[in-house]
Every structure is written in C-alpha cells, then in structure tokens.
Design a protein. Structure first.
Length: 171
C-alpha cells in the first residue's frame, strides 16, 4: 500500500496541501477549504492504508482522490523511486575476455557513459465495428537522441485469448 500513500501525497501536494508521511504508512495532511470540500473531509486529514485495525478503505479514498483529477487527464508524470547509478563497466576487460579474433587485433577506440531521457505515452483506444475492441497503445521517445524507441510486437491469439510478445525485426 506504500504506492497509494506516495501517489496520494504527490496529488495532495500538487493541490497545495501540507503533507507529511510516516514510516508506518500513515499520511497526514492539512487541507484548504476547497480541497477538504472536494474530498468530503475536514481540514485535517489522517490516512492509513495498511492491513491493521482502524485502517482506511483504499478504494473509497481512491474514488475521492479521483475528484481532484481532471475529467480527461491528458498528461501524467512518473518519477523513479530510488534513482541509483548504474555500475560502470570496464569495456576493455569485457572485450578481452569475451571477444576472440583469430589472427587479428582489435583496439577499443572509445568508451564513455551517457544518460538518456525517455518519455512514455500511453493512449487507451476503442475500435467499434462488428465487435468492440479496446486496448492501450504505448509510445516511447528517446528525448536525448530525438528518436522513437521500437517495441516488441504484440500478437493476440483470438482463439485462446492469450497474448505473447515477439522481438522486433531489425533492419
């Protein structure tokens, strides 16, 4: 339930509430009148979504928090929880250990680290014809390289209702 607490905290802070969270999974917030009215709550909010006695109903509060979102949200944001640096790789050592060239010599010309920013967009869709099909289409953009990231193709089997992913074809 930590994800709900984090999401609720971010949402309340974005609407101007003063919020604090505790390690036990509790959320406490001081709300403005407008915010308290939208949530059907007092100006002081205390929530706990764990499995213990006296916990709040997460479903009820998710519905209430939904009132704070625009009816047709166009943009949403995600942030990494714990950003950790990737361990450096010694490319020269890996090549010496893994690359075997008979009667040849290789030279490592360049080895550098870089950070890339990616944007993910998700769009729900409905196709109505003889039968109605619903799904989600996702696009991923590499903002650093100004390119579209190719994704695996998803094949849907209509007989079994199962879906599987296959690797994209390289060209």
């Amino acid at each position: 339930m930590a994800e709900i607490i984090d999401w609720a905290r971010d949402l309340l802070v974005s609407r101007g509430a003063l919020v604090e969270t505790e390690e036990g999974g509790a959320l406490r917030a001081l709300l403005s009148r407008e915010l308290a009215g939208a949530l059907d709550a007092g100006d002081w909010l205390s929530l706990r979504f764990d499995a213990g006695a006296g916990s709040d109903d997460a479903g009820d509060w998710l519905e209430r928090f939904g009132r704070l979102l625009p009816p047709d949200a166009r943009v949403s944001c995600a942030r990494p929880r714990r950003l950790q640096a990737v361990r450096p790789v010694d490319a020269g050592a890996v090549l010496e250990r893994e690359l075997v060239i008979q009667n040849g010599i290789f030279r490592l010309l360049e080895d550098y680290a870089a950070t890339a920013r990616y944007y993910f967009f998700t769009f729900p869709y409905t196709i109505e014809s003889d039968e109605t099909s619903q799904g989600v289409w996702t696009a991923c953009l590499n903002a650093s390289a100004n390119s579209l990231v190719r994704q695996p193709k998803k094949e849907v089997s209509r007989i079994s209702g199962a879906s599987r992913c296959s690797s994209p074809q390289t060209s």
